[in-house]
Design a protein around this ligand. Structure first.
Ligand code: ZN
Length: 423
């Protein structure tokens, strides 16, 4: 639906959301499952999840939307357009949280979608394509792995039946949990089309705050390659074994850690390199480590560069085998391709930010989001707003009401650009 004309129209007629209504909705939903420290503990498909789902549905119904629930419990609130044969322009996120989560991660995306619809209602604006606000089931993956479950099934990444059979630590399946909270819907989960998908989200990183920008225009998501590395040397007494006769697996691991860090720095700004797990055996202060297990997580925005990083890592590992007289075993454990969001959606987000006069920055998503799966079936884009200290998945998660309103206003204008304006 997006074309030159609608972008021009967008520039000439700027819409902003109701800041206080958005904030109040965020705070009201944030009372369901609120923790003592002011965060949220609202695991997927629990009774608290049911309560916030019902609140969302009540608000959407009051805003004149038609609500449906699919077989994996995703909720769709549809505001009709002038031509309802067109695939909807979708927006949304999630309202489940980590056990010590915040009030903004996910909830901001859902509430800003709802606020966009309320604002279109206020202004009596008709869109050509319908707009749907979606709550994706179990984005966090905390109670039921994996994360991004609802959007994964919706986009055909995960199979419905095996996903319904996934159990939590108490042996309750996703299917049973959906039944017990009354959200085992009937709408077929797959086979849907969308004209576009937008997701507003807190950044969950420190870049926007550091650069003092209000809006992150998300251009894509980093590709990820994860490995387990085992380094085997020889355990020996720390005293009698001279330095030149050691096979110190720990020392080799230290070199790998420095190398992984340098590798990411050499591929700035989109390179990432992390050793998050490290175990030394036997783990005794006077024994030279004979074995080390560590994890390696490499990320980059471009597939070719990420592959170059992996090759460089492999070369370095062989060199380290020689230098330290150790042997190694490198095992890939996960591989996610990088993603570039649709140029027309990125342009709509950037254009809206510029027209509304918000400072903005092109940015990449280092974390997983439902939008990454939605990009498989529709042109997709994301809008980031700063969060205090870049902190999320934490009860201390905070965001500024003005920044949130700015993000929701960008969302509103991008939705309108993609859906086309009727009357
Ligand atoms: Zn999230």
């Amino acid at each position: 639906m997006m074309n030159e004309m609608s972008i021009e129209k967008l520039a000439s007629e700027l819409l902003t959301v109701d800041r206080d209504r958005l904030w109040n909705s965020l705070m009201e939903q944030g009372r369901i499952g609120e923790t003592e420290k002011g965060g949220l503990n609202r695991l997927a498909l629990t009774d608290l999840d049911r309560q916030v789902r019902e609140l969302f549905i009540r608000w959407c119904t009051e805003a004149g939307c038609e609500v449906s629930v699919d077989q994996i419990g995703n909720i769709f609130a549809r505001r009709a357009g002038r031509d309802n044969s067109l695939p909807p322009v979708m927006t949304g996120s999630h309202i489940d949280t980590q056990p010590t989560g915040g009030k903004f991660d996910g909830c901001f995306g859902v509430m800003s979608g709802l606020e966009a619809i309320r604002r279109l209602n206020d202004l009596k604006i008709e869109t050509i394509a319908p707009i749907e606000v979606v709550v994706w089931t179990n984005e966090e993956g905390s109670r039921f792995p994996p994360c991004m479950m609802g959007s994964g099934v919706f986009t055909g990444q995960f199979d419905l039946d095996s996903t319904l059979a996934v159990c939590d630590s108490e042996g309750v399946s996703v299917g049973q949990a959906l039944q017990s909270i009354g959200f085992a819907g009937e709408r077929p989960v797959t086979g849907h089309r969308a004209s576009a998908y937008y997701e507003a989200h807190i950044e969950q990183g420190p870049v926007l705050e550091d650069e003092q920008k209000t809006i992150g225009v998300v251009i894509g998501a980093l590709g990820q390659k994860w490995f387990d590395l085992r380094i085997t040397g020889v355990e020996a007494h720390a005293g009698p074994t001279p330095m030149n006769l050691r096979h110190d697996a720990g020392l080799a691991a230290a070199h790998i850690m420095l190398f992984v860090n340098q590798l990411a720095l050499d591929h700035a700004p989109h390179g990432r390199g992390t050793v998050g797990c490290l175990e030394l055996f036997p783990g005794s202060r006077n024994v030279i480590p004979g074995q080390v297990d560590l994890s390696i997580d490499l990320r980059h925005l471009e597939a070719e560069v990420l592959e170059t990083m992996v090759q460089a890592l492999k070369t370095e590992i062989s060199r380290i085998e020689q230098q330290f007289g150790v042997s190694t075993e490198l095992k890939p454990t996960a591989d996610f391709a990088p993603l570039a969001f649709a140029p027309e959606c990125v342009a709509a987000v950037r254009g809206a930010s510029e027209s509304l006069g918000y400072s903005h920055l092109d940015i990449v998503s280092g974390a997983g989001h439902d939008a990454i799966f939605l990009a498989e079936i529709a042109p997709a884009g994301m809008i980031f707003v700063p969060c205090e200290g870049g902190i999320s998945h934490n009860e201390m998660e905070r965001a500024d009401a003005d920044d949130l309103a700015a993000g929701a206003s960008v969302l509103l204008n991008a939705l309108l650009a993609s859906a086309g304006r009727g009357a």
